[in-house]
Design a protein around this ligand. Structure first.
Ligand code: GTP
Ligand code: MG
Ligand code: ZN
Length: 294
């Protein structure tokens, strides 16, 4: 039997392909490895289930997009989750995720959690000012959950963010029938314990799909920068209204004379932290290119 389905999970060389409510455990054909193509959660594939023996994925359809970290394909929306504390938000981690989403034509949406521990107004304001949708989750009032459901309805979405920010907890609130495992954050270290070990795509009861993903650690050395330095400014959407006014068309918007972006940062029209992230990511993009061409 040959059918078409979607990869919802991959573990230890096995892929779990769902079609019409049934899940098939599949291996991938050797040809994928030879081509350097990794079947990824979210991929639409054709697979064959033999009379006896192991089911195999035959082919993967062309992807709309594919993120590396978290590893998910064919996303419409990326919900970038940050907690106000335990762990503390890291602007560079958040802005890197926003830029990756923008670069891949995925809508980035900011989600702030643990408002019961500390308010998120200051950091949320940065992203609102940048023109991104932001959702504030407060379990004591139930705030934010209906808003998230509305945004996720009929879309393919994924959560991304540090370990311990509350991604799996959020899925449990959005779709209580799923009951995902959650883990305490170490008080001493202020970080999560990597409770979620692999990416998994879930069907939402109200329509749409949502992937839970393992959280990053703030200590991870970030690799896999895909964005070219000249394309980075386009991944910071609030820069767009200023870049046409830069004095030089080659302006990198770092610190140049006559840079309208730098001017807007000085005036407070663009948040300083966003520009700081831009500069850090620009350096990374530059270094990767030099390393690649060496
Ligand atoms: N006080 C408070 N605690 C929360 C909130 N959201 C989640 N938590 C707690 O934070 C801890 C981590 O939550 P998880 O949902 O496991 O975090 P995660 O982002 O899935 O973590 P990984 O799977 O490791 O990536 C758990 O003990 C949750 O109960 C919140 O809004 N307020
Ligand atoms: Mg989790
Ligand atoms: Zn400029």
């Amino acid at each position: 039997m040959t059918d078409k389905g979607q990869i919802i999970k991959g573990i230890g060389g096995f892929y779990y392909v769902e079609t019409a409510g049934t899940i098939y455990e599949c291996k991938a054909r050797g040809v994928f490895r030879r081509k350097g193509l990794t079947p990824t959660v979210g991929d639409i594939c054709t697979f064959t289930v033999p009379e006896n023996g192991i089911a195999v994925i035959d082919a993967i359809e062309e992807r709309k997009n594919c993120l590396i970290r978290p590893a998910v394909a064919n996303l419409d929306k990326l919900f970038i989750v940050a907690s106000t504390k335990l762990p503390q938000p890291n602007s560079l981690v958040l802005d890197r995720l926003v830029a990756m989403a923008e670069y891949n034509d995925i809508e980035p949406i900011m989600v702030f959690t643990k408002l019961d521990l500390l308010p998120a107004d200051e950091i949320a304001a940065v992203y609102k000012k940048a023109g991104l949708k932001t959702v504030m989750v407060d379990y004591s009032s139930g705030g934010g959950i209906d808003e998230l459901k509305e945004l996720m309805k009929d879309a393919v979405s994924a959560f991304a963010g540090n370990s311990g920010v509350g991604k799996s907890t959020l899925i449990n609130a959005i779709a209580p029938e799923l009951v995902l495992e959650t883990g305490e954050v170490s008080e001493k270290l202020g970080r999560g314990r990597h409770t979620t070990r692999s990416v998994e795509l879930y069907n939402l009861p109200f329509g749409g799909k949502l992937a839970d993903t393992p959280g990053f650690s703030s200590f991870d050395i970030e690799t896999g920068m895909q964005i070219k330095k000249d394309e980075l400014a386009d991944c910071f959407r609030e820069f767009a209204e200023y870049t046409p006014n830069c004095k030089f068309t080659s302006c990198a918007h770092l610190c140049e004379k006559g840079c309208a972006v730098v001017e807007a940062v000085k005036n407070g029209e663009i948040s300083l932290s966003r520009h700081e992230s831009y500069k850090a990511l620009y350096e990374e993009a530059k270094n990767i290119k030099e390393w690649e061409t060496r």
